[in-house]
Design a protein around this ligand. Structure first.
Ligand code: ARG
Length: 563
C-alpha cells in the first residue's frame, strides 16, 4: 500500500523521484493522524508555495485509490487513512506467511563474523560476553536475510604472554593445580610472573626465549602451550553451552603463525614496509594514523600481522562480501590501521568489505556482581547467577512448573542477552539485577513471559486451526489493528538491524510487539463464543507468538512454553 501511495504521489509531483517520495513518507505516531503521512515542507522551495497550500492542492487533485478511506490535510501534512478492513487483511496475510521476516536478498553472498575471541589463559570476562552476544545476533540476523555466514572465533592464543606463562609454570606451577583450577591457576601464574619479574628482570629474557622457542617449533614449549589452550577452550565452551551459541571455526591467532611471512613479503614487494628503530612498520601518516607495526625488532609478528594474515586467508577461502569484527571500541585504531594496510595493497574491497563493529563498556551500575577473587568477573558467573535468581523466583511463584532448570536457564540467560542488546551497542551496558530480571520492564523476561502467555492461550483453545480463513472485520478495532501494524514491521526491522549492525532494533521491536499484544489482550476477550470471532482473535495470538519467537531467536534467546 505504501508503494501505491508512493507511485500516486510521484505522479503528482514531477519535481520528486519515487525514491525521494518514499523517503519522505512517515508512519504517524498515532492512528488519529492516519496510517501514512506525507509532509510537504520540502516542496515549498521548488513549488514556491506554503507547505499547507501544497498539501491542500495535492489533496484536491488526487483520485483516491480503492484502499484509501480518506485523505486529510493537517497543517503541512497530507494524511492517508487506509480502509481498516483492507489494512487488517493485507497485514494479516503478510504476517501469516511462514517465512515472514525472512528474505532471500543475501543469497549467494557470504559474511564472515569475527567475534567472541577470548584470550587463552585469561578469563572470559563481561566484555567478551558482549562481543559473543552481539556477534551471535548478527549471525542470526544475516542468516535470516539469506546470507551465508561464517562464525569465526579468533582466539587470542599466540604471543609473548605464553613465554611468560611457560616460565612461570615451570618455576612455580604444578600439573595438579592447573588441572584442578584451570584458567584461575593460569592467571595466578601470570600475575606471579610479573611480580617476580619486577624483582628479577632476567625472567623477561627467559620468557622471550620460550616464546621464540614456540615460534621455532620447540616440542616441549608447544606441548605446554597446547595444554593451556585446551584447558582454556574447555572453560570457554562451558560458557558457550550456557549461552546456547556455537562457532563454525575456532581459528585463533596461532593458526596464522605460518602465514605472516607471506604478509611481510606482500608488503615489502609493494614497497610499503619501512624500518623504524629496528622494527618494520607501514607508515600511515598520510592518513592521520600512527604507523602499523608489522614486525618487532626481534623479528616476531604481532597482533596486527596475524590479523592481516587472517584477512587474506578468509578472503581466499570464504570469498566474503563483508568481514565484520565485533570488539570493544578501544580497538578502533587497530582496525583502521589494519584495514588501511589491506587497502594500500591494492584491495579495493577493503573499503566497505571490512567493518569494525565496536561496542560500549559494561558498567556494573553500583551492583555487586559476585566474582571469584574480588576483581575479575567471569561471564559464566554472571550467567549462573542470573539463572539461579530466576530459579528462586520460579520456586516462589510457580513451584510446580515442569522442568524448572531448563526454564530458569532460558529465562536467566535470555535476561542477560536482552539487557545487552536492548540499547544501541555503542552505549555502555549497565547491570542491575532488579532491572534486568524484572518481569514487567523492558526486559527479556517480559517478552518471554508474553510469549508464554500466547502459548498458554493457544493451549486452551482446542479447536483452533492455524490455516483457517479469517473474517478480518473482527480485527479492525484500535488494539487489533495496532498489534497487526507492529507485527507487520518485522521484515523492515530485520533489514534495518542488518544494515546498521544493530541488534537493538530487533530487541526494541520485540518489546513493542509484546506491549501491543498485552494491550490487545487487555481490551479484547480472546476465547469468545462466536466461532468466526474466536478464530480471528486466536489467529492474532498465534501469529504474535510466532513473531515473538522469531524475533527473540534473532537475539539468541530461546522461548519457553510455560513459566
Ligand atoms: N582476542 C582479542 C581480545 O580479547 C579480540 C580479537 C578480535 N578479533 C581480531 N581479529 N582481532 O581483545
Amino acid at each position: 500500500m505504501k508503494e501505491q501511495i508512493v507511485t500516486l504521489l510521484a505522479e503528482h509531483l514531477p519535481s520528486l523521484t519515487e525514491a525521494e517520495v518514499r523517503e519522505l513518507i512517515e508512519i504517524p505516531p498515532n492512528p488519529e493522524m492516519g496510517d501514512f503521512a506525507f509532509p510537504c515542507f520540502r516542496l515549498a522551495k521548488t513549488l514556491r508555495k506554503a507547505p499547507p497550500v501544497i498539501a491542500q492542492e495535492l489533496h484536491d487533485s488526487i483520485t483516491l485509490p480503492e484502499f484509501v478511506e480518506e485523505l486529510r490535510v493537517v497543517g503541512a501534512y497530507l494524511n492517508f487513512f487506509i480502509k481498516k478492513e483492507v489494512f487488517a487483511d493485507t497485514l494479516l496475510s503478510a504476517v501469516r506467511n511462514n517465512n515472514f521476516g525472512a528474505s532471500t536478498e543475501g543469497e549467494g553472498h557470504t559474511i564472515c563474523i569475527d567475534y567472541s575471541s577470548p584470550n587463552v589463559a585469561k578469563n572470559f570476562h563481561v566484555g567478551h560476553l558482549r562481543t559473543t552476544i552481539i556477534g551471535n545476533s548478527l549471525y542470526k540476523i544475516y542468516s535470516k536475510l539469506g546470507y551465508h555466514v561464517e562464525r569465526i572465533n579468533h582466539l587470542g592464543d599466540w604471543g609473548t604472554q605464553f613465554g611468560k606463562l611457560i616460565v612461570a609454570y615451570k618455576k612455580w606451577g604444578s600439573e595438579d593445580a592447573v588441572k584442578e583450577k584451570g584458567i584461575e591457576e593460569l592467571m595466578r601464574l601470570y600475575v606471579l610472573f610479573h611480580q617476580e619479574a619486577d624483582k628479577d628482570p632476567a625472567l623477561e629474557d627467559e620468557a622471550r626465549f620460550w616464546f621464540a622457542e614456540m615460534e621455532r617449533g620447540n616440542e616441549e614449549a608447544l606441548q605446554i602451550w597446547q595444554w593451556f589452550v585446551e584447558i582454556s577452550l574447555e572453560e570457554f565452551k562451558r560458557t558457550y553451552r550456557l549461552l546456547g551459541m556455537e562457532f563454525d571455526h575456532y581459528m585463533g591467532e596461532s593458526f596464522y603463525r605460518d602465514k605472516t611471512e607471506d604478509v611481510v613479503n606482500r608488503l615489502s614487494t609493494a614497497g610499503l614496509l619501512t624500518e623504524s628503530e629496528g622494527a618494520k612498520i607501514v607508515d600511515l601518516e598520510a592518513y592521520d594514523m600512527a604507523p602499523c607495526l608489522i614486525l618487532k625488532n626481534d623479528g616476531s609478528s604481532i597482533y596486527a600481522t596475524r590479523d592481516l594474515a587472517a584477512i587474506f586467508y578468509r578472503k581466499e577461502n570464504y570469498n566474503f562480501d563483508k568481514c565484520l569484527y565485533v570488539t570493544g571500541q578501544e580497538q578502533r585504531l587497530h582496525f583502521q590501521q589494519v584495514f588501511k594496510v589491506v587497502e594500500l595493497l591494492g584491495n579495493e574491497w577493503a573499503k566497505d568489505g571490512l567493518v569494525h563493529i565496536p561496542y560500549g563498556l559494561v558498567s556494573l551500575g553500583g551492583e555487586k556482581l559476585s566474582s571469584r577473587d574480588g576483581n575479575v568477573i567471569y561471564a559464566e558467573d554472571i550467567l549462573l547467577e542470573a539463572i539461579s535468581k530466576i530459579k528462586e523466583i520460579i520456586q516462589q511463584k510457580n513451584p510446580d512448573l515442569e522442568d524448572k532448570d531448563t526454564v530458569a536457564r532460558h529465562i536467566g540467560v535470555g535476561a542477560v542477552i536482552f539487557n545487552d542488546l536492548y540499547n544501541q551497542r555503542i552505549k555502555d551496558v549497565s547491570f542491575r539485577w532488579e532491572h534486568l530480571l524484572n518481569f514487567d520492564g523492558e526486559t527479556g523476561p517480559y517478552v518471554q513471559y508474553t510469549y508464554a502467555r500466547c502459548s498458554s492461550i493457544l493451549r486452551k483453545v482446542e479447536d483452533f486451526d492455524a490455516s483457517a480463513d479469517v473474517d478480518v472485520s473482527f480485527l479492525t478495532d484500535e488494539a487489533s489493528l495496532g498489534l497487526l501494524k507492529e507485527l507487520g514491521r518485522f521484515p523492515a526491522v530485520v533489514k534495518e538491524a542488518a544494515t546498521r549492525y544493530e541488534p537493538s532494533v530487533v530487541a526494541r521491536f520485540s518489546i513493542a510487539v509484546a506491549q501491543a499484544f498485552n494491550h490487545y489482550y487487555t481490551v479484547n476477550r480472546i476465547n469468545v463464543e462466536d466461532p468466526a470471532e474466536r478464530t480471528a482473535r486466536v489467529m492474532l495470538v498465534d501469529i504474535t507468538r510466532r513473531v515473538l519467537r522469531d524475533a527473540l531467536d534473532l537475539l539468541g534467546i530461546t522461548c519457553v512454553e510455560k513459566m
